[in-house]
Design a protein around this ligand. Structure first.
Ligand code: ADQ
Length: 760
């Protein structure tokens, strides 16, 4: 009850708050109207009264003068009586040239001073005449003093008193009329306002309904460009995407992704553009051919997706046996034995690869995007190759697709220009570009001499995706800083030449459950086998690191943290071992060669300092390992240390969690990896801070099994939920929505354009 009362009194208060100012406004307007109409009506009527007095004077004036000169009071009285016969005239008098009252009608008192005042030129107000006693003159009277002349010479004045009451009545009548008109106008305005508000709200409700269905705002109609409606539409999209996640256990699965693809993507023909191919054919020394799986986070994430939607993967054919294992157009079906999708290989010369891949992408863009202390190098000839290869991949996309509006997933910093190049040839394509590495702040990005071209190339995309909201914001800021563009904060879009590109965070992840774990023994068996292989004692504490040998991964800092641990805690010596699986990477780039040397030197130094014949604190396995072996190490270890100095996401952290079905093992994770945002139950460290990092290693070594299980359970729940199917599903779902909307809009346009041509 109280709440009803409250809401009622709130409504009343609200209504009053709205109505009172309107009433006040009306009152002021009424007073104004009344004042103006009274003034003008009075002026008009007084003018009329005076005219009448003058008419009377001009009719009888000369006769009165003559009668006054001849001293004929009766004649004067007759003439004055004739004037007061008009019922509106109350009284009249004649003043001679000396200002003396010469004659008057009965109702005018004898001792009045009108004549002397008129002779003195005084203004005679319209008022009661002083000294009158009769009823007629007691009402307000208008007094006119009209000069009387004969032969052009003024001979005195005729004074005429007329009743003001009828004039006042007419004034009141006019005032009332004006007020009625005002009230009627106000009413009409009010009705019009209500009707137009109603009509507007009907339009709004329609637009809102469309927005809730996720449709684009119509170009016409009320609120067509409303930011609010756009916001509602974005919200509707998000909640509809969220609803997609609402399967019984709330998790994306391969089947669910397949279902989304079938339902929303349908015939779109998904094309992946990536530098790295998922299967590389290499000649062995004996001339036979082997298939390799590259150590790449991108491949790890995308391969399950493309398998699911049976699309096409366009990549650089980099293996020595790639040409002989594909057809004349560079195509083959993969994975071997399953053949569920098409791999289309693009060829390039060594010189092109050097400029595009090693040069511009990895000596220019990679260091500029990572805060990890390698000086970016930009060469004009590398840029030229980068452009050329981007164009080649864009052409390959056009050659592969069979419809006008395919969905194209462009992957990573190797293809910043390709989206615009694809867009030029396939204007209706839905292009999603995913940038797998961080996007730096604008000050840092300004180092790049071709920053405008890079950003413009990316804005050829329908959506540009990053791992974290921070990277999205940096990109939006860069577009704002370096290009002619408008930022739409409601939809998080960069609008260039009127065309929007959405900027979205899609945190990447791993499969769940991991197919790579099929065939990997249980954690106990893995531990036993790995301990044997590494010749570790039974009570050894084993930590693992798995990375490409890259300066952004903080491998040297990791080893220094191990060194610090052994310095601080002598009981760890002989017992604590760190095994590092390090895949050689970009070995032709000098900075990577330097890294390899310095990593090897620090391993040597630390092992000499704390190791002996039986004990090696750091075991460096500097090679590429097949996934099954990588996962054995994850399962065998007591902890995994990911010490990236800067990392877009980092999949190793998620793989480690996914591998630990025994809910044991501790993840130590750099705060500078995108994954740290999602995995707070890891021990989060600053890898530069050797004290903090070594303490975390120590803490992990002594963490109780119960605490490990508690943390690992939560980490696994997150990775299971935010798995790679969710990453791909959300991205493809967004792409499919844009595509559907574009199709609907095309249909609408054709509908509305006179002579529009129906599309095949
Ligand atoms: P990467 O820098 O390659 O990926 P990451 O995400 O850690 O980094 O993925 C590495 C992958 O390579 C993992 O699947 C790992 O198992 C595998 N790998 C590493 N070392 C290996 C070895 N020695 N032998 C075999 N396999 C090995 C980029 C970005 C990341 C982002 C991914 C995905 O730099 O931040 O997470 O893309 O978007």
């Amino acid at each position: 009850m109280p709440s009803i009362r409250n809401s009622l009194s709130h409504t009343v208060r609200h209504t009053f708050r709205l109505i009172l100012p309107v009433l006040a406004l009306l009152a002021v307007a009424g007073l104004g109207v009344s004042f103006v109409t009274t003034r003008s009506a009075r002026a008009w009527f007084e003018g009329e009264l005076h005219t009448r007095a003058r008419l009377a004077t001009s009719a009888a004036g000369e006769s009165i003068v003559r009668a006054e000169r001849t001293g004929d009071p009766e004649a004067m009285a007759r003439l004055l009586d004739a004037i007061v016969r008009d019922e509106r005239v109350v009284a009249a008098a004649v003043c001679n040239a000396r200002g003396v009252l010469a004659a008057r009608t009965a109702l005018l008192p004898a001792g009045n001073t009108l004549c002397s005042r008129a002779a003195g030129g005084a203004e005679l107000p319209s008022s009661k005449v002083p000294g009158t006693t009769t009823k007629a003159v007691s009402s307000p009277t208008y007094i006119s003093v009209v000069p009387v002349a004969a032969d052009g010479v003024e001979q005195g004045h005729l004074i005429v008193l007329q009743e003001l009451a009828p004039a006042r009545e007419r004034e009141a009548l006019i005032r009332r009329g004006a007020l009625i008109v005002l009230v009627m106008l106000a009413l009409a305005f009010w009705v019009l306002t209500i009707v137009s508000a109603r009509l507007t709200s009907i339009g709004w409700v329609r637009q809102l309904a469309r927005a809730l269905r996720g449709e684009r705002m119509a170009g016409r109609g009320p609120g067509a460009n409303s930011a609010l409606l756009e916001g509602v539409r974005a919200l509707a999209q998000r909640s509809s995407a969220a609803a997609l996640e609402g399967d019984p256990d709330g998790r994306w699965t391969r089947e669910r992704l397949r279902h989304v693809l079938a339902e929303h993507v349908g015939d779109a023909g998904v094309v992946v553009v990536a530098n790295r191919e998922p299967y590389i054919h290499e000649y062995r020394p004996d001339g036979s051919i082997e298939v390799q799986h590259p150590a790449s986070g991108l491949v790890t994430a995308l391969e399950p997706v493309i398998r699911t939607c049976s699309g096409t993967w366009i990549a650089h054919g980099s293996g020595s046996a790639d040409r002989v294992t594909s057809d004349k157009d560079g195509r083959l079906r993969v994975p071997p034995g399953e053949e569920s999708y098409l791999l289309s290989r693009v060829w390039m010369t060594d010189e092109e690869e050097q400029g595009y891949y090693y040069g511009f992408a990895n000596e220019g863009l990679w260091p500029v995007c990572h805060l990890a202390y390698a000086r970016p190098t930009f060469r004009t000839e590398d840029w030229a190759m980068y452009r050329r290869i981007n164009q080649r991949f864009a052409d390959a996309v056009v050659a592969e697709v069979s419809i006008d509006d395919p969905i194209v997933l462009v992957q990573d910093y190797h293809f910043a220009l390709a989206p615009r190049m694809i867009r030029e040839q396939l204007p209706e394509a839905t292009i999603i570009t995913f940038w797998h590495i961080p996007w730096p702040n604008s000050e840092r990005f300004s180092i790049c001499p071709w920053r405008e071209e890079i950003i413009d190339g990316l804005l050829g995309s329908s959506i540009v995706g990053f791992h974290t909201p921070a990277h999205c914001n940096h990109f939006i800021d860069a577009a704002d800083t370096f290009l002619e563009s408008r930022i739409d904060r409601t939809t998080d879009a960069v609008v260039r030449s009127g065309v929007p590109t959405l900027v979205r965070p899609y945190p990447i992840s791993v499969e769940w459950p991991l197919r790579k774990l099929e065939g990997v023994p249980s954690p106990e068996i893995c531990r036993r086998e790995v301990m044997q292989e590494l010749e570790l004692r039974e009570d050894a504490i084993l930590a693992v690191g798995v990375d490409r040998l890259d300066y952004t991964k903080g491998i040297e800092e990791r080893f220094e943290a191990v060194e610090r641990l052994l310095e601080r805690n002598p009981s760890m010596r002989g017992r604590f071992s760190f095994v590092q699986l390090a895949a050689p990477s970009r070995t032709t780039i000098p900075r990577y060669r330097e890294l390899r040397e310095s990593v090897e030197l620090s391993v040597q130094r630390i092992n000499e300092r704390f190791g002996d014949e039986q004990y090696r604190p750091i075991i460096l396995l500097r090679e590429h390992h097949e996934p099954e072996r990588v996962f054995r190490f994850y399962r065998a270890a007591d902890m995994c240390y990911v010490s990236s100095l800067h990392d877009g996401m980092n999949l190793v952290s998620k793989e480690f969690v996914a591998a630990r079905s025994d809910e044991q093992g501790v993840l130590i994770l750099s705060r500078f990896a995108g994954a740290a945002e999602e995995l707070p139950e890891a021990l989060i460290v600053n890898p530069y801070d050797l004290e903090e990092a070594s303490e975390a290693l120590e803490r992990a070594a002594f963490m109780s099994s119960a605490e490990q299980a508690d943390r690992m359970r939560q980490l696994r729940a997150v990775v299971a939920q935010n798995n790679v199917y969710r990453w791909a599903g959300r991205m493809l779902f967004d792409a499919a929505q844009l595509r559907q909307r574009a199709r609907r809009n095309v249909t609408l346009d054709e509908h509305h354009t006179p002579g529009g041509v129906a599309r095949a």
